[in-house]
Design a protein around this ligand. Structure first.
Ligand SMILES: [Zn+2]
Length: 177
């Protein structure tokens, strides 16, 4: 196949040279309203790759970015990918969790509102919550996992619902910010 960045032949979706030049994950931690969020890429640095996310190619790109990130960082706790959509075919957060975490729980939180936040203001995001329902039992702690975060509205909403059910959230992990 060809590297999606430079077009040269490559075994992976991105070639070694491009990975070395553009895709070295850099672990960065930020706090949003008391939630620590670890991320590895700046959205603007790899925007052309991240905007493929709703295409078949995007699926493979997210796998590769998660593989590269897993060389740098592993989640030692149970991971919970955040679902964005009621009818989610597959979740990008689940791809990240698959590579980074040893244990992953799925579908503990179900969004009742599949509104899309892309390009929307913080006020819009806050006025249109995902409206998660918690479906877990006997779970003490999870690390929230998502592909990209912007304002952290979804992560904070998920954390709030989990906390209300006695589940602690030590931190969240996303690929990009
Ligand atoms: Zn390349």
């Amino acid at each position: 196949m060809r590297c999606v960045i430079c077009g040269r032949f490559s075994w992976q979706i991105t070639c070694k040279a491009c990975e070395k030049e553009f895709l070295i994950p850099r672990r960065t931690c930020r706090s949003a309203e008391g939630l620590e969020i670890i991320h590895f890429y700046r959205y603007d640095d790899i925007k052309p790759l991240l905007t493929t996310k709703h295409t078949p190619l995007g699926h493979r790109i997210f796998h590769r970015l998660a593989q590269l990130t897993a060389r740098e960082f592993r989640i030692p706790f149970t991971a919970l990918p955040v679902d964005h959509s009621v009818k989610s075919g597959y979740s990008h957060g689940a791809i990240i969790a698959k590579h980074l975490a040893r244990h992953t729980r799925y579908n503990l939180l179900q969004a009742r509102n599949d509104v899309r936040y892309s390009g929307k203001s913080l006020a819009f995001r806050r006025n249109n919550p995902r409206d998660f329902i918690y479906r877990g039992e006997g779970i003490e702690s999870v690390v929230l996992v998502d592909d990209i975060y912007t304002t952290a509205t979804t992560l904070l909403e998920a954390k709030k619902v989990l906390r209300a059910h006695g589940v602690s959230v030590p931190y969240a992990v996303t690929l990009a910010h």
